[in-house]
Design a protein around this ligand. Structure first.
Ligand SMILES: [Fe+2]
Length: 209
């Protein structure tokens, strides 16, 4: 599939969406079912109240921060490194519930909300900081928003389905060519834990290629 997007995006973005007519074979991204209800309208209310960090390409909010500052990158965690929530879950109840539900499957790590404004875009890139696979839960996905993976078509966010995406192994780009703000929640998890391992085993995701 190829899509024409608004003229005001840079050429690299327009070309990335226009000239790659690939379809997904499921090895780079795939929708998954999560075994609990996601209350997106409550999450959206919470998300809009977050103290957004404006220092990145798009607005984001990271749910936890590491407390200590031992050698190594602050992007990695292990079980012995305490983290501190950056919000009070009594105030952000829907977010707290979502995180509890996710942790009931298995441990989740770096978690963030992202807010993309109309006309914003992320140029084609690969994510190398956290791990190859992340899970995206769209909170809103207005028509005109696209998440494209080079040679692997578009991530299927129809019906606001969560997806595993191999963002560490595949070049990808995201745009908001709509007139509405777009909100997503994304996170990494312990794929060796039985719960997350089972979900991954149910897909065709191949993160060794
Ligand atoms: Fe990315």
């Amino acid at each position: 599939m190829t899509v024409h997007i608004s003229e005001n995006f840079p050429k690299i973005i327009k070309d990335f969406y226009l000239y790659d007519e690939s379809a997904s074979d499921g090895s780079a991204h795939q929708p998954i079912d999560l075994p609990f209800e996601i209350d997106r309208s409550a999450l959206l209310v919470d998300a809009k109240k977050l103290p957004w960090d404006m220092s990145h390409a798009i607005r984001r909010f990271e749910i936890v921060k590491r407390e200590d500052d031992v050698a190594g990158t602050d992007r990695t965690l292990n079980n012995r490194q305490p983290v501190t929530a950056q919000i009070d879950f009594n105030e952000f109840k829907a977010i707290g519930k979502l995180i509890n539900d996710l942790n009931s499957i298995g441990p989740v790590t770096y978690m963030s909300f992202k807010n993309m404004l109309p006309g914003e875009y992320l140029e084609p890139h690969m994510d190398s900081l956290y791990g190859p696979l992340s899970i995206y839960i769209p909170i809103t996905w207005p028509s005109g928003c696209y998440f494209k993976v080079y040679k692997q078509g578009f991530v299927d966010f129809s019906d606001l389905k969560p997806n595993i995406v191999d963002t560490g192994g595949h070049v990808h780009s995201v745009i908001n060519d709509s007139n509405e703000e777009r909100y997503t929640f994304s996170f990494y998890c312990d794929w060796q834990s039985p719960g997350w391992n089972k979900i991954l085993a149910g897909t065709k995701i191949n993160y060794n290629n």
